[in-house]
Each structure stands twice: as structure tokens, then as C-alpha cells.
Design a binder for this molecule. Structure first.
Ligand SMILES: [Zn+2]
Length: 328
């Protein structure tokens, strides 16, 4: 953005628009306010998890960390609390996630690329049965890309390897963490392809650019890829890890912030107008997948370059606030 537009930017920032380039005071409140302005109503879920703290000052993601670290078996929630109907969201893209987690199927001329596999309890019902409901064949899944090696994104991968011979791509750091970690419901995925930064994964007529964005885990992956809406090509920026449920340190937050700025810049350069994440409550994927619209209406996932920029601003500003809150 040119310098001459900065005055207009200051004026629009008050309306909850981008605010990029505006001076943000380096304080907790300064960063939270910047995140609030960027989030608007589009990313209230992301803002809530990353920035908003309960009145007692407790950190909601720390409770999640402790629960995982305790190693206690997780109860499987009742199906009607998580089950979501599968939905076609672009000409070549399908949401096969739950109300809480996202899994995306990209149909190509040579099979399906699947992004994330969610908890084991949901994988069969959402991915296998969901693809069948949509008239697709789960046996056509050729590649599974895992955004990071946490159970809510990778537990279903082993089933897809064993049942359909799908190849699984993950960052080496998260393959390592899985190998060292506890067994997973559904089994650990068998170590397969290690992602490279900037790698272009091509299947048939579709190419996905993989961008390493360490922070949430050391091997978190994000992506850029084209989709078609009523025949028109546009670009998705996929955000692979958001929560701050990692060992807290200022250095780790610096890694997270740098990765967020890296994918935000790549998304901008690619002209991305759509954001996907792996938590359907963060990008409102489940809600948007049910949006009422006429068949000729554009996909409700199209939020424009400004919307994409605001999404990454929420992540970066909340991380800056959390970094200040972090002692070490
Ligand atoms: Zn995670």
C-alpha cells in the first residue's frame, strides 16, 4: 500500500477494516485492540481463543495443554455434538469436517488431495462416509497433507494409509514428535513423505504450495492453492496452526509471529481472497458450509484480500499480546 493512502487507512481502521500499517502500541491492550479491529465479526472465534482472556486472567489454551499432557484417555463426545454434514464449497473443494475441526477434500483430475484427518472418532463418519455422500470415492485419496501432528488433525491418517494406500505428507519435526509421542487412537500414521518449504505438490490438474510455518508446533504447515468458483479461479490461503498451546517462551512467540507474517505475505503476493484453517470454529467453516444461497451465488468462503489480511493480523497481534504476557 502506498504512503499516500495511509490517511485513509487510519480513518477506515476505526470502522474495523484492515488497519495494517497503523502504529500499534507494543502493549497487551494495544495488540488486543488491533486484533479486535482486524477480527470484526468474521474472525470472532479466532479472537476469542487467542486474545480474549476470562476475567480471572486464566489462559484457556493452557487448560487444553494440561489435559493433553496428562495423557488421560479422552472421552469420545456424543456424535450429535460434533457431526457435520459434508458440503461442496467450491467447484473442486469439499468440506468434510466436524463442527469443530476441518478436513478439506480437493478433487483433481487424478484423484483427491485431503487436508487433515481430525480425531479418529470422526474420520470414518466425516471423511469416508462424507466423500461417499458427496458422490466421491475415498479410495481416490492419493495424498493426505497434515497441517501438524496433533490428534485433532492427524488421528485419521493411519486409517487412510491402511485402507486406501494414501500417501501422507507432514513436516519432519512433527513426524519426529509423533514417533517419540504416545500411541494415538486409530494408530500413529506410518512415517511417509517429509514436506519441504516451498514445495509444490501436484496431482493431476491441481498444485498446492506448501509453506512451513513453525510456531503452533515446530512442524506446522500452511498452504496456498487455487480453487474454482463457478469456473473462476481464485486462491486459498490455508492457515495450519493457531493455538498457543505450546511450551511458552518469548522466543517461541517470535517464531510464531515470523511464520504468521511469512504466510500473510505469501497470501498477499498470491492474491489470496479465501482463508481456510483446520478449526472450523476459527474460520467459521462449518457455518459457511451451511450458508443459505442460490446456486449462482459466489462461495461464502470468499472474503477478499482484505479479509485474508485481517485474519493473519488477528493471529499476529494476539501472539504479540501473548508474548508480552509470557514471563520467560
Ligand atoms: Zn494443534
Amino acid at each position: 500500500m502506498g504512503r499516500k493512502f495511509s490517511a485513509a487507512l487510519v480513518m477506515t481502521a476505526g470502522l474495523g477494516l484492515a488497519g495494517a500499517g497503523a502504529q500499534v502500541p507494543d502493549t497487551v491492550d494495544g495488540h488486543v485492540l488491533a486484533a479486535q479491529k482486524a477480527a470484526g465479526l468474521d474472525f470472532s472465534g479466532t479472537l476469542n481463543v487467542l486474545c480474549v482472556q476470562p476475567s480471572d486472567g486464566a489462559d484457556p489454551t493452557l487448560a487444553m495443554m494440561r489435559a493433553v499432557a496428562s495423557g488421560k484417555p479422552r472421552p469420545i463426545p456424543a456424535r450429535d455434538t460434533w457431526y457435520a454434514e459434508p458440503a461442496q464449497v467450491f467447484d473442486n473443494v469439499y468440506f468434510v469436517g466436524t463442527k469443530e475441526h476441518s478436513s478439506w477434500a480437493i478433487k483433481t483430475s487424478a484423484g483427491i488431495i485431503l487436508i487433515d484427518t481430525m480425531f479418529n472418532y470422526a474420520a470414518e463418519a466425516e471423511i469416508v462416509d462424507g466423500l461417499k455422500k458427496l458422490g466421491l470415492n475415498p479410495a481416490d485419496i492419493k495424498y493426505v497433507i497434515i497441517s501438524h501432528g496433533h490428534g485433532d488433525h492427524d488421528e485419521g491418517a493411519r486409517m487412510l494409509q491402511d485402507k486406501y494406500g494414501a500417501r501422507v505428507i507432514m513436516d519432519a519435526a512433527d513426524w519426529d514428535a509423533i514417533e517419540k509421542g504416545r500411541d494415538k487412537p486409530g494408530g500413529k500414521p506410518k512415517r511417509d513423505i517429509e514436506a519441504k518449504d516451498g514445495q509444490q505438490l501436484t496431482l493431476g490438474d491441481q498444485t498446492i504450495t506448501i509453506i512451513k510455518t513453525p510456531g503452533h508446533t515446530l512442524g506446522t504447515l500452511s498452504y496456498l492453492f487455487p480453487v474454482k468458483d463457478h469456473g473462476k479461479t481464485m486462491t486459498v490461503a490455508y492457515s495450519g496452526g493457531m493455538g498457543f498451546n505450546f511450551p511458552r517462551s518469548k522466543a517461541r512467540f517470535d517464531t510464531y509471529i515470523a511464520s504468521t507474517e511469512k504466510i500473510a505475505a505469501a497470501a498477499k503476493a498470491a492474491g489470496a481472497t479465501i482463508v481456510f484453517s483446520n478449526h472450523s470454529m476459527y474460520d467459521q467453516a462449518w457455518i459457511r458450509s451451511r450458508w443459505v444461497r442460490k446456486p449462482s451465488d459466489p462461495s461464502p468462503f470468499i472474503i477478499g484480500a482484505d479479509g485474508v489480511a485481517r485474519y493473519f493480523t488477528v493471529l499476529a497481534e494476539c501472539a504479540k499480546a501473548a508474548k508480552i504476557r509470557t514471563k520467560s
